[in-house]
Design a protein around this ligand. Sequence first.
Ligand SMILES: Cc1ncc(COP(=O)(O)O)c(C=O)c1O
Length: 408
Amino acid sequence: MKTESRLQIYITFKEFFIYLYRVLFNSKIDYIKKAENEIKTLTSANYCLLTSSARSAIYLMLKNGLKKNSLIAITSLTLSDVVNMILCAGHKPLFIDVNYKDGQMSLKDLEKISKKRKIDAVLVTHFFGQMCDMKNLKVFCKKNNIKIFEDAAQVFGGSQQGVHSGNFGEAGAFSFGQFKTTSCIKGGALITNNKKIYEKSIKEIKIWKKYNKFEKISLMLYVLLVKIITNKLIFNLFIFKIFKFGNIYNVSFINSFLKIEKKTCCYNILPKKFKKIQSNESAEMLINQINNAKKNINKRLLYAKIYEKNLISKKNLVLTNLKSSEDVLYVLFAKVKNRSNFIKNAYLNNFDISVCYNKNLADLNCFKMFKRECINSKKIVEEAIYLPCRDVSNRNYINRLVQFINKY
Ligand SMILES: Cc1ncc(COP(=O)(O)O)c(C=O)c1O
């Protein structure tokens, strides 16, 4: 029985080819400006600055949007590097637990801690490709004079009550990394309506370095390799067999291959790799992808609805609540009890299902000086799985998977 790779790259072979051609024979067109204008139109933000990653954008907006040494509330369930961006920007993080139901920042926990500590800003992470409840968060932040910044890395194209993600507060950051649903070889963006944040950020990146030709081609080759090994034929012939073996026999060398942030550390000086300017070639690729964003979101939603409609409600597997008008579904989040047993069985039945590799940051040794008890975050980290819903998955595969889960 054929399977499908959990990782699917939206960049097409034609787009790879155009990228390579442009790297070798420069284009005179300013695609960076063009992409920034498209993002401004789509999000209704006044200013947009293309960056080489969401992390660079997060660093820039926090550094240039707040007084030094601000206390920033951040969800305990995100990338450790995002916490490091807070530190690099000269501020202090305060971990907030998530809701067990949806994995988004818990307003209840934020309210509780704000009675004891003076919070200057919230960095809201829209996690699992779904949006936080911004309406209630905004009311709370306004009342308590707290500024809102958004880590909208996973939700480009998502909106709530007519407001695009990233545009609810002072500024927002998007990621256009290769695995994102709107992607290019490497990229991110900062959007804001605050002229000062924009102008200070532009000034700051003036001394950042450009990628040279070698770096551009190396980055491209890595993404191309992932595209090739996730190709259905190659994946079924070789790659899946290796992952299946690793999962069934608990081979940690194989199982750790796809883990993100294998080593976490704490730092407060921005590493050189983040002080890079977006390349014109990647920006050109991004424009194409932006045009497909809405269509792709709708396809993922369509697949997600198959699960929603057909999965028999069970105590041991709970699918996230779908909100069709808001979701981007970077991943399709579900929680499962006794996860390792479920994954092993899924592999035995030829399903490549991913677990969530994010960690409960509030519990990490490297951030022990900011430690807080975040019970829900801990539970989700142990239970979260991602069901396939990228538009390249086919209906039969999803139907088979639903049948397997229903019998499990
Ligand atoms: C929630 C969140 N924030 C930030 C990032 C970082 O994005 P980038 O790799 O573009 O820096 C990611 C990437 O996956 C993410 O999921």
